[in-house]
Write a protein that binds this ligand. Structure first.
Ligand SMILES: [Ca+2]
Ligand SMILES: [Ca+2]
Length: 397
């Protein structure tokens, strides 16, 4: 058992439960007590409901509504055909279809497409097929639009990722080059794993699983990325390390315009902050700095470029990010949707809060944004794996 595994948030607690026998019980209780003292207080269920949505603060003219509810632990979301929204999950092990039958921009039916999968967090759709990530493999559900109600079988891409569960759940998205991009998180809070250079990287491969390669490295854990609508280059969110303090390091939004860049993990955080353990080995100047530093421990996950026209001009081609929210911080931070506007060179014009209120003033929380996807009408869908919901944010001044 590696010490670094013990205090890694939800994953760490789950690891403790799984690895504990009777002999471990006293240690488990001790560690659990220590852990809960250091992390934030428990969050509040029940979660999303129409009565809670009135707590969400948005810029003038914007409104929020429930798109789907009771979608247990819903994580990444993607569109299929015919107003069918697919969603992955993590602890729940399920893939869902959320069907808007009458086109009123609310799902009327939730179908469980698959279950008993291994952290099927990421989800992507291409040419009628649904790609779902597990920890060490990618599943393909063929002709999903016709088959999603029939407990469809799946094929497995012929490429195997590491089996480590720590940061092992994977976001998925197809790039403008037609390749499937797959992150491989560091299997730790902070560590160097020269034995397998795939750790702490973003990889890409052909849709059939061939020609897998590392696209970018030095990335602790990315759980969200997208490509700029004009430059077609990759931007990705990254979760900063834990246990360096409440206010450091920042989480990051990064830009990888070409293959082969290194973004600093485990040596350097936030572009300027040497790691307490590995920082002496290589200077921060060796690495690509973040495009934008984000709040400490806010846990940025899914992100999307806004390419619609329904929102005001200032949002066009900017980045919306879901901040899942901190656990490794005395005062919780995150639990919101943030926005980064870019200039004509693709550089950040600033980091602002777009939607907040899932975290209440007393520190209690009732929702955790995970992924963001544009609705075809130009509104934004936001998934919430704690509130078991998908919200729709639209502009109606
Ligand atoms: Ca409907
Ligand atoms: Ca970095």
């Amino acid at each position: 058992m590696q010490g670094t595994k013990l205090f890694s948030g939800e994953k760490g607690l789950r690891f403790l439960y799984r690895s504990s026998g009777l002999m471990m019980a006293p240690l488990l209780i001790l560690l659990f007590t220590f852990s809960t003292c250091r992390v934030n207080p428990p969050m509040n269920k029940p979660a999303a409901g129409p009565e809670k949505l009135s707590l969400i603060k948005l810029p003038p003219g914007f409104k929020i509504d429930l798109y789907a509810s009771d979608v247990k632990n819903v994580r990444a979301i993607t569109w299929g055909a015919d107003n069918v929204l697919f969603g992955g999950s993590r602890s729940e092990g399920k893939v869902y279809a959320m069907v808007d039958k009458n086109g009123d921009k609310k799902a009327d039916e939730i179908v469980t497409v698959a279950e008993d999968l291994h952290m099927p967090t990421g989800i992507a759709y291409k040419d009628g097929n649904l790609y779902v990530s597990e920890v060490s493999r990618v599943l393909v559900f063929k002709n999903i639009d016709k088959n999603f109600r029939n407990k469809p079988s799946f094929e497995v891409l012929p490429y195997t990722f590491p089996e480590e569960e720590h940061h092992g759940w994977k976001y998925l998205k197809f790039g403008p080059d037609g390749k499937l991009y797959v992150p491989v998180g560091a299997p730790c809070n902070i560590c160097k794993r020269d034995d397998d250079p795939r750790f702490a990287s973003i990889m890409r491969m052909n849709p059939d699983g061939s020609a897998a390669e590392i696209f970018a490295s030095g990335i602790r854990n990315s759980v969200g990325f997208d490509w700029h609508p004009v430059s077609k280059t990759l931007y990705f969110t990254e979760n900063g390390r834990d246990w360096m303090g409440d206010d450091i390091p920042p989480c990051e939004l990064n830009h990888a315009p070409e293959k082969g860049m290194h973004f600093g993990f485990p040596y350097c955080h936030g572009g300027t902050l040497p790691d307490t353990e590995y920082g002496k080995e290589k200077p921060c100047s060796d690495f690509a700095p973040p495009l934008q530093n984000l709040g400490p421990h806010v846990a940025p996950l899914g992100m999307t470029f806004y390419t619609g026209t329904a929102f005001p001009e200032e949002y066009r081609n900017g980045i919306f990010m879901a901040e899942h929210g901190s656990w490794n911080r005395t005062k919780p931070l995150g639990y919101r949707v943030s926005f980064v506007a870019l200039d004509e060179n693709g550089k950040s014009k600033g980091y602002t809060i777009f939607a907040e209120g899932w975290l209440e003033d007393d520190g209690s929380r009732w929702g955790r944004p995970v992924d963001i996807l544009m609705h075809p009408d130009g509104s934004l869908l936001v998934s919430d794996d704690f509130g078991d919901a998908v919200y729709r944010i639209y502009y109606q001044p």
